[in-house]
Design a protein around this ligand. Structure first.
Ligand SMILES: Cc1cc2nc3c(=O)[nH]c(=O)nc-3n(C[C@H](O)[C@H](O)[C@H](O)COP(=O)(O)OP(=O)(O)OC[C@H]3O[C@@H](n4cnc5c(N)ncnc54)[C@H](O)[C@@H]3O)c2cc1C
Length: 450
């Protein structure tokens, strides 16, 4: 019997395994794909390197430090194609670059700030739309948040809970006049303009380096989890392998975990209905000429275009395309019921939108194209999601199951947070094992006496 079993070797599962390994705690890990990395993987095609969704490192987690990774410090422009009559490009986050808005919009923001300062703060917002309006004000809501969040989440903003985790800052008076903005910020702009990216290879360089520190005999790829029997404390894989566990760490998406439970209680199945999300089609294009745009990441709240974000990965690393070529990554959110889209529809809409925004011209030669779907991409908190999560986590914990990472914890997380979630999970297992340690010691003492 293995004490600790890990399923899922994305960056959170890898971080958990590294922490257990460093504390000499035995584990065995399983992953359905042929390699580690999960969403932080990359595909190589016709000389291009395409990541599974644009991935950059906004800060370098401690766990990566001993790996001596070659990371380039990137300084790139970001932009927003605002919801205005003429295409107006302002860096993200908009709140920091209000001085770039036309005078009419700046005056409207000024009125919003004055109103906010004069009105006593409402105790709580009842839904996400109200929260966005109270944080950002009506002008920025109309210009950016309404269009962008509606396209990213594909869910009525009034149906989303006001407590949904977000990183929205309120506009400040000084930002209307460009005060407190450094020269570097003016030139580039955006919270995601200073970041790190592997100097050689795609984002998969990170998980590959993490996996290389682990004993390969303990990592089992092409093992797809199909059933979790909490009574027998046993997991089963599609290839017939079965494994008993004392502690089970799962980093696959929470709805998929619940689907695999053997005879789950009705209350848990009902709670799983509250795990709301939007999916993503990600189209990667290899373009037969260098990028003509100066920005690396563009956000698009405009309603006449279906995608919400376009990235140019060759601006973070030239290695991502052959010499003289460039890449584009376009993200379109959808949902099986609420916003169904076929692959043909999504391709047509993306090309029409790119031409409409002048990002692609009719003469542009697309050398390579790769479209894929991420089913669980953006996590959404409905009004009952928090209560549902409490119930699910209490049930899993009671049976020695730890769910970790962005989709296991069902919480918006960047890679560093997902890694930390894996480390924290390992620490919980180590603490729980210490508590059991006297029994184990006593047992070995008895054996020695026999
Ligand atoms: C489009 C997009 C862009 C992003 N951009 C950034 C960014 O720029 N910067 C940043 O820091 N973060 C970014 N993130 C967030 C980042 O991807 C996540 O925080 C992180 O990769 C999550 O890692 P994880 O290990 O928790 O989950 P995952 O990467 O989802 O890993 C889960 C693992 O479980 C495996 N698995 C699933 N089902 C089974 C099964 N049945 N049996 C066995 N194994 C299974 C999967 O194959 C996978 O390897 C982005 C996310 C998305 C969706």
């Amino acid at each position: 019997m293995s004490g600790t079993v890990l399923v899922g070797l994305g960056v959170s599962g890898l971080a958990c395994a590294i922490e257990l390994q460093q504390n000499q705690h035995a584990f065995v890990a399983f992953e359905k794909e042929s390699g580690a990395g999960g969403l932080a993987r990359s595909e190589r095609m016709d000389g291009f390197i395409f990541d599974y969704g644009p991935h950059i490192l906004l800060n370098t987690p401690k766990i990566l430090e001993p790996l001596n990774l070659e990371l380039t410090q990137c300084l790139c422009e970001s932009t927003i194609f605002l919801n205005t009559e003429q295409v107006l490009s302002v860096p993200a986050p908009l709140q920091h670059y209000l001085h770039r808005l036309p005078i009419t919009q700046r005056l409207q923001v000024l009125v919003d700030i004055a109103q906010r300062n004069l009105t006593p703060p409402a105790s709580t917002s009842s839904h996400f739309q109200q929260h966005l309006l109270s944080q950002a004000g009506k002008t920025l809501f109309d210009l950016f948040f309404q269009g962008y969040e509606a396209k990213r989440l594909r869910y009525a903003l009034t149906e989303i809970d006001a407590s949904m985790p977000n990183r929205i800052q309120s506009p400040a008076l000084a930002q209307l006049f460009g005060v407190n903005i450094s020269h570097k910020q003016v030139a580039c702009g955006g919270h995601d303009t200073r970041f790190k990216y592997p100097s050689v290879g795609g984002i998969d360089t990170l998980p590959q380096a993490m996996a290389s520190t682990l004993p390969s005999a303990q990592l089992h790829f092409q093992h797809s989890l199909i059933e979790i029997d909490l009574q027998a404390k046993q997991v089963s894989f599609a290839n017939q392998r079965q494994e008993f566990f004392q502690h089970l760490v799962l980093s696959l998406p929470l709805p998929e975990i619940i689907l695999r439970l053997k005879n789950p209680p009705k209350a848990i199945l009902e709670a799983a209905q509250q795990l709301i999300y939007s999916s993503l089609y990600i189209l990667n294009l290899g373009i037969a000429h260098p990028a003509t745009q100066s920005w690396a990441i563009a956000r698009i709240p405009k309603r006449d275009v279906d995608f919400y974000r376009v990235s140019i990965p060759t601006h973070y690393s030239k290695v991502n395309a052959p010499d003289g070529f460039s890449c584009l990554t376009i993200e379109v959110a959808h949902h099986e019921q609420r916003y169904p889209l076929t692959e043909t529809e999504v391709r047509q809409r993306i090309y029409a939108g790119l031409k409409h925004l002048n990002i692609l011209q009719s003469s542009t030669e697309v050398a390579t194209e790769w479209l894929y779907n991420v089913r669980y991409a953006h996590i959404i908190y409905g009004h009952k999601t928090r209560a549902a999560l409490e119930l699910i986590f209490a049930y899993l914990k009671q049976h020695g199951v730890y769910s970790c990472g962005k989709y296991g914890e069902w919480r918006d997380m960047l890679m560093p947070h997902s890694m930390q979630s894996g480390i924290d999970t390992a620490q919980r297992i180590l603490a729980a094992s210490k508590y059991l340690a006297p029994t184990v010691k006593l047992y070995s003492f008895n054996i020695n006496m026999m």
